[in-house]
Design a protein around this ligand. Structure first.
Ligand SMILES: Cc1ncc(COP(=O)(O)O)c(C=O)c1O
Length: 494
């Protein structure tokens, strides 16, 4: 061995030293070796898992640390080494907004079911892309199984199809592309189509945004008034079709919503399906929020009629309590979804005769996480009974909030909750809209800044309202009363 190490000829000191450095370099571990060192990976996994467990089981502390911004800046400034990873991630977690806190009741993002959050690191470690069979054989089987389950559950025929997407906005966009493929087949190549979109005034903004993206134009969106429960007023639908026809439109998409963003209201899907069919319109149900209600025997009647729709969107990352992202779009006529996209990509597609299609051919994304796994796993491991329990709990807590506001001398509910969302405001609000809106927004911001609770706000009929969305299944009626007492105290102080 030594003969190989020592160069022949002069053994000068310089040569010896050069050779010793070379040998030492051979034994020195590269950065890459350290990064993949199994013991190092295990150490990191333990540290990071501990942080995740702490978050998933959180019961106290501030919902949002009042000093979060200063702390975030400090984290940015501090130098860091590999040994600091656990500490820094822990600091980031502590300074973050805690959706797992029982007094978080703000936007429609959940405190996730723990197993669904924890399996995400395995999904990332595998890093299979579900778009094509070659890249994720098992992931694709799981994805197709989940879509098949939803097909049955929502009463769609076997010829229906669907796919995972990264959110309700993508689901709506995909559904509109499927509708366009069916209503105006040459539109993909020609780049334009004239289709009117009729949607209730409480429809999520992703509908008009999608109209803009697809090239239908936001001017093609016709707004239908809502009733006193903030549901699309089906009595006003014929007039909206009339207005669209008068403007020269002959093809239509009617949008219904189950679980509207502001109030969680559910449209009368049976009535809207009848109207859509009568007018020859494509009916899309935005069930991004409310789709999960299908698992609750007490609440699933709110989705009655969804089986008559042409497409619907549904976010398990909302009322199935999955971490981001978990969303699906379902299309009754699977062929319309398959024809919504056309592409030539021989390096990707070309799978023939296999049991499963390459779903990348009918989704927007090319790289796609196996988002279906967490929902599928939760379903299989805990059975849908888990979701039934969680959905009932969050809806009951919203009802408890309503009851409290109803009796409160300071607060007043803006509506009775149909699901897990409640808007409420000051019983004695300022007379002008401007002053009232200002004070309500100020209350919301002060509550959030206090660290004691976290809420959101919205505008109903021109007036800003405080809004709570119960997205943490561990939030109890007692927690929500404590939250409302914080709001009352802050409102009195202002
Ligand atoms: C009714 C409704 N539709 C669609 C969306 C958009 O979903 P995402 O945020 O997953 O894109 C939301 C979001 O809150 C929603 O409430």
């Amino acid at each position: 061995m030594w003969e190989n190490l020592w160069p022949r000829g002069n053994l000068s000191l310089e040569l010896i030293s050069r050779e010793l450095t070379r040998v030492a370099g051979r034994n020195h571990k590269s950065l890459k070796d350290n990064v993949w060192d199994p013991r190092e990976v295990e150490r990191l996994a333990r540290e990071l898992a501990q942080i995740a467990v702490k978050e998933l089981t959180r019961t106290g502390g501030p919902v949002r640390d009042p000093r979060f911004f200063t702390k975030a800046k400090r984290i940015l400034r501090r130098p860091m080494t590999v040994r600091d990873i656990g500490k820094v991630v822990s600091q980031i977690a502590e300074a973050s907004l805690h959706l797992n806190h029982p007094r978080y009741a703000s936007h429609q993002v959940v405190a996730p079911v723990p197993v669904a959050a924890l399996v995400e690191s395995v999904v990332s470690a595998l890093n299979n892309s579900v778009a094509i069979w070659d890249m994720s054989p098992v992931g694709l089987v799981i994805e197709r199984d989940l879509i098949g389950r939803f097909k049955k559950l929502f009463g769609y025929p076997t010829s229906a199809d669907g796919t995972s997407v990264t959110g309700g906005s993508y689901a709506t966009l995909t559904a509109l592309l499927a509708a366009r493929a069916r209503l105006v087949p040459p539109a993909w190549a020609a780049g334009h189509a004239r289709i009117a979109i009729l949607a209730g005034a409480q429809t999520h903004y992703s509908v008009s945004r999608s109209a803009g993206i697809v090239g239908l134009g936001t001017d093609s969106v016709f707004t239908i008034p809502v009733d006193n429960l903030h549901r699309t007023d089906h009595a006003a639908v014929p007039a909206a079709f009339g207005a669209a026809r008068k403007a020269g439109f002959r093809k239509f998409v009617l949008i219904a919503t189950c679980g509207s963003t502001s109030t969680g209201s559910c449209d009368d899907l049976e009535a809207l399906a009848t109207l859509a069919h009568r007018e020859g319109a494509w009916l899309h149900v935005d069930a991004a929020h409310g789709g999960g209600l299908i698992f609750s025997r007490r609440h699933r009647q709110l989705l009655r009629g969804i089986s008559r729709s042409d497409s619907f969107s549904f976010d398990p990352h909302k009322m199935l309590f999955m971490p981001l992202s978990a969303s699906v779009v379902m299309v009754r006529d699977g062929g319309a979804l398959h024809h919504a996209f056309e592409q030539y990509a021989p390096y990707m597609y070309g799978n023939s005769g296999r049991e499963y299609p390459d779903i990348g051919q009918f989704t927007i994304a090319c790289s796609q996480r196996v988002d279906a796994l967490k929902t599928w796993l939760t379903w299989k491991a805990y059975s849908p009974k888990l979701w039934e329990e969680l959905i009932s709990d969050v809806c009951d807590v919203a009802q408890a909030a309503y009851d409290y506001c109803h009796r409160s001398k300071i607060l007043v509910p803006a509506h009775e909750p149909q699901t897990n969302i409640l808007c409420f405001g000051l019983r004695r609000r300022p007379k002008t809209v401007k002053a009232s809106n200002h004070i309500h927004q100020a209350i919301k911001e002060t509550v959030d800044a206090s660290g004691e609770a976290y809420i959101s706000s919205t505008i109903l009929n021109g007036w800003r309202q405080l809004r709570l969305v119960v997205m943490n299944p561990r939030t109890t009626a007692g927690d929500i009363v404590r939250l409302l007492k914080v709001v009352e105290r802050i409102a009195k102080e202002m």
